[in-house]
Design a protein around this ligand. Sequence first.
Ligand SMILES: *[C@@H]1O[C@H](CO)[C@@H](O)[C@H](O)[C@H]1NC(C)=O
Length: 173
Amino acid sequence: MTKLLGIAMLSVGAVAAFDTSNFFTSQGNLKNAAIAIASHVKACSDLYDAAIISMAAISPLQFPSGPLFSDADAQLLNSTFVPVTQQIILSKLDNLQAGKAFFESVNNAPLFRTSFCHWVGTLAQENIAFLDSLIVSSPAAYQPLWEQLRTEAITQYNIWLTEDGFNCGGNLL
Ligand SMILES: *[C@@H]1O[C@H](CO)[C@@H](O)[C@H](O)[C@H]1NC(C)=O
């Protein structure tokens, strides 16, 4: 009986050693993915920091009581920057979501999961803060579309930050 138990434990030990090496390989892969994605999220976050600081510097006294952008500027933003930037960020994050296995690996590794919740959660908050500032700074004609983009962004970030994406334990926005 004791001998049988010993063999059983030995075989469990052997299996565990095999799994450990696979585990390290998977952690190496996950780490590489984390670095690549973190640098993308950080780049977006840095750009938002810069954009928010630039906007705040335009005219702190007027802000946020009335439009800061002329109609021509708002038109340029509307046709060139705002929808395109939102689309780029959303589609990059969407690419992540295509890799279901990636989310599962992250969610099973608490340290990576904590980092992703922090990075993507911060990006989501910066994105919303940026759009909020933009909306109050713009002529009324441009506000509805940007409010719609804001609503869509909140929905999409919530998906990434809840059960269909990173398991961040709830709604961060
Ligand atoms: C803003 O751009 C959208 C297309 O992305 C367009 O449908 C809308 O009319 C534009 N808004 C204004 C006020 O020009």
